[in-house]
Design a protein around this ligand. Structure first.
Ligand code: ZN
Length: 136
């Protein structure tokens, strides 16, 4: 079981890691390690045949699940569909959700939870090119 480690931190940033995404089971939450103020990011890993032990719903936050490896099933209320590496599933508020791993390899995923309807500007409507000298 790996733990979240904060590797670099400044006033304007934090770099945390869970290590190998295939090196743990269960959930690892990142908000406290990174200080995120707009969303909660968690990594999850389910072995073959396992699902989250409960269905749950959110009142205010939508969730975006990004499947990194493995295959499985996703259920939203009474809708069930296949998911696999590369799948991205957005789930709105006020509905039940769960996922189950059906592949031999563990199903690893990221879940990003954020206030539904809160995204205003994004990418180039929010970003601006700056003149900083690169040190990379
Ligand atoms: Zn949730």
């Amino acid at each position: 079981m790996s733990d979240v480690k904060v590797l670099n931190k400044g006033i304007k940033f934090a770099h945390a890691s869970i290590g190998s995404v295939k090196g743990f089971e269960g959930k690892q939450f990142l908000k406290d390690a990174t200080g995120a103020s707009s969303c909660e990011i968690s990594f999850g890993s389910l072995p073959k045949g396992a699902s989250v032990p409960f269905f749950h719903s959110h009142k205010a936050n939508e969730e975006n699940y990004i499947i990194l490896s493995g295959k499985g099933l996703f259920q939203v209320d009474d809708n069930v569909f296949d998911i696999s590496e590369g799948s991205v599933v957005r789930v709105a508020t006020d509905c039940d959700r769960n996922l189950k791993c059906t592949s031999d390899e563990p199903m690893c995923y990221v879940c990003i939870q954020a206030l539904e309807g809160s995204l205003g500007n994004y990418t180039m409507t929010d970003a601006e090119i700056t003149e900083r000298e690169s040190r990379l």
